[in-house]
Design a protein around this ligand. Structure first.
Ligand code: SF4
Ligand code: SF4
Length: 145
């Protein structure tokens, strides 16, 4: 005797609208991180600082059409309720009020809009070595001292 599971009925597709989108967003994606605009890094010393920072847990960097940003990931807002709602909706910060869900992480991952993205020391170090041909020379000089 076989014990086949009954095929479940296909679920009716829910039409996503800007009104219901946030309630369908598992994990309340946009409330899980913070971003900090930073000066555009130009020199090797600037990138040295970024390399130190990206070595710390949950720190990433990206560049998009608005410039360079530090991204602190896995930093959920303390006001997210157990049901994924905003617990301080009526008095939420202006930044949250100004965030539109027209095109947000529900539709596609934020990384898709980045020109550059560094989620580890290794990825940023590789970029620096390609960008600056003399990247290693400084270390050799230091070693000779
Ligand atoms: S704005 Fe977008 S990412 Fe944020 S909770 Fe709503 S659907 Fe999710
Ligand atoms: S205050 Fe509310 S809307 Fe803003 S990040 Fe926290 S949970 Fe999200």
């Amino acid at each position: 005797m076989t014990n086949k599971k009954k095929a479940s009925k296909p679920m009716k597709a829910i039409k996503v609208t800007s009104e219901n989108k946030c309630s369908l967003c598992t994990g309340t994606k946009c409330c899980q991180y913070i971003t900090l605009h930073i000066d555009t890094p130009r020199s090797m010393a600037d990138f040295d600082t970024l390399l130190w920072q990206v070595s710390h847990r949950n720190i990433q960097f990206y560049k998009d059409s608005d410039g360079w940003f530090m991204l602190v990931v896995e930093a959920p807002c303390e006001h997210i309720t157990e049901t994924g709602q905003c617990g301080i909706y009526e008095i939420r910060p202006m930044i949250c009020r100004g965030y539109s869900n027209d095109e947000c992480e529900f539709d596609s991952s934020a990384e898709e809009g980045f020109d550059l993205f560094f989620d580890s020391y290794r990825s940023l170090d590789d970029y620096c070595r390609k960008r600056y041909k003399k990247w290693d020379k400084r270390f050799k000089k230091l070693a000779r001292k």
